[in-house]
Design a protein around this ligand. Structure first.
Ligand SMILES: Cc1ncc(COP(=O)(O)O)c(C=O)c1O
Length: 463
């Protein structure tokens, strides 16, 4: 890695030369029409980190970071893999981001530490920076876009950081942060592309190799690419035969797009359950470090992320955010079947999920698995019609969550009534049994919602 403390001054480029970082809806017109760029992350001169950077990071952050457990999963038998879960959601602020944040802070010069740092982030990087800034006595400013979760904004403030809530999206928040950094002499720390951040995240790879013998593959969620860059370099240096597999949500596949183009490119992104991965363009340094070390990239559907969050709650009792559950999503969706029979480590790298979103994910997961169903059935409006339907459902052990009947709006015949039911089944086979029974007994039955065709069924968990 280059000497990062040498002349870390900001440079200015005309707006025309604005880096393609983050697609933006509303470009910021700075007063002088100049937008500062991050001196640590340059398109024309990317900075690759080395294995030694990671070992130095491991030594430096050891006392301030939890060496989280990596244990065999309850889902090993069901998935047909020797599955190990690296539980970095158990760091103090709920994510692996603390590793890079602490290391980047520790590596500042005394002058830089005194003046402080600035960054733009939606959540995990901001939390990590604010927490370790408070521990190390380094002033931290974070710019969070206006839609950042209030819970995370409050938590950052509680760590005594200067939290600026500004910018309609991450691109705008970043430009504001770079500008403020330049004006106030603060060091800008990119959450995925700063070389010290990547080196810090790489310590996860060192721990995995030490904790699990004979690993065949490590599955890594990918946002801006800093995590996979560090982990891939650490693991491949120590054990070159281990496969490194990156996973993205279908709604923000920016690393996959960069691989196709041969360099980072702006990618359309949409709201996703894996909000931690919603980076429109991967980092130049991260891409340069990681690309040749990655064996495969996989893009997963949102529904499988919801199912994975549900499975982790049900079978492991872990609360993991969408980004952290993408590795399991790829496995459950059957996209990594070539790893069956192998020893696979999944990074459960974050647990910061809003309770309301968690509730929605659990429900979506149940729907996607075919365990929560909604249907409308037309039955006879004579006394006993509804009770007959309820008896039928009870006879096969289906539990009714909600039931409503509608009389006035149906147009067929006045002696009929539409019944809308939301019910819970044990699994997709049980749902099939229900569907068959309803079709046998009623002429008019329609089912709503999207059920995933389970490519892989979770079998007995008694392994
Ligand atoms: C929980 C979680 N997992 C994975 C990632 C991806 O890390 P990176 O942006 O370094 O690729 C992030 C990024 O914020 C995250 O918050």
């Amino acid at each position: 890695m280059k000497d990062l403390n040498k002349k870390p001054s900001f440079q200015e480029f005309p707006d025309l030369h604005k880096t393609t970082m983050e697609t933006t809806n509303v470009p910021v017109q700075t007063q002088d029409n100049m937008i500062p760029v991050d001196p640590f992350c340059k398109e024309d001169n990317p900075n690759k980190i080395t294995f030694e950077d990671i070992t130095l990071a491991a030594f430096k952050i050891k006392s301030g970071i939890v060496n989280t457990a990596c244990t065999r999963s309850q889902m090993s038998h069901a998935t047909g893999m020797e599955l190990y879960l690296k539980k970095d959601f158990l760091q103090k602020t709920g994510s692996f981001k603390e590793r890079g944040a602490r290391y980047a802070l520790l590596m500042l010069t005394e002058d830089q530490k005194r003046v402080g740092v600035i960054s733009a982030s939606l959540g995990n990087h901001a939390l990590a920076l604010c927490y370790h800034g408070s521990k190390l006595g380094i002033p931290v400013t974070v710019v969070m876009p206006v839609f950042a979760p209030i819970m995370k904004i409050t938590a950052c403030r509680q760590y005594g950081a200067n939290v600026v809530v500004e910018g309609l999206d991450m691109g705008e928040a970043k430009r504001i942060a770079l500008k403020q950094g330049q004006e106030k002499g603060l060091t800008y720390i990119n959450g995925y592309d700063h070389p010290h951040i990547m080196a810090g995240q790489g310590t996860l790879g060192l721990e995995i190799v030490e904790q699990v013998k004979d690993v065949d593959a490590v599955v890594v969620p990918v946002g801006g690419g800093g995590l996979i860059a560090g982990v891939a370099l650490a693991v491949k240096t120590l054990q070159p035969h281990v496969q490194i597999i990156g996973v993205e949500s279908e709604r923000c596949p920016s690393f996959t797009a960069a691989r196709a183009a041969g360099h980072p490119v702006p990618t359309d992104i949409h709201s996703t359950l894996a909000d931690g991965l919603a980076v429109p363009m991967v980092g130049y340094n991260a891409f340069a470090t990681a690309n040749s070390l990655i064996d495969k990239m996989v893009v997963v559907k949102e529904e499988w992320i919801a199912v994975s969050i549900l499975k982790l709650v049900e079978h492991e009792k872990y609360i993991v955010e969408g980004a952290g559950a993408t590795g399991l999503a790829a496995i459950l969706a059957g996209q990594l079947d070539d790893l069956k029979g192998k020893r696979v480590v999944l990074l459960l790298c974050g647990g910061n999920i809003d309770t309301t979103i968690l509730g929605r994910c659990l429900e979506r997961g149940l729907v996607a698995e075919g365990r929560l169903l909604k249907f409308t059935v037309t039955i006879s409006d004579r006394p006993g019609g509804i009770s007959e339907l309820c008896r039928m459902l009870a006879s096969i052990g289906v539990s009714i969550k909600d039931i409503m009947h509608e009389r006035a709006w149906i147009i067929s015949d006045v002696f009929s009534v539409d019944i809308k039911v939301v019910c819970e089944t044990r699994d997709s086979e049980h749902s099939e049994q229900l569907k068959e029974m309803l079709h046998q007994n009623y002429r008019n039955v329609t089912f709503g919602g999207v059920t995933l065709e389970p490519m892989m069924k979770l079998r007995s968990l008694n392994n």
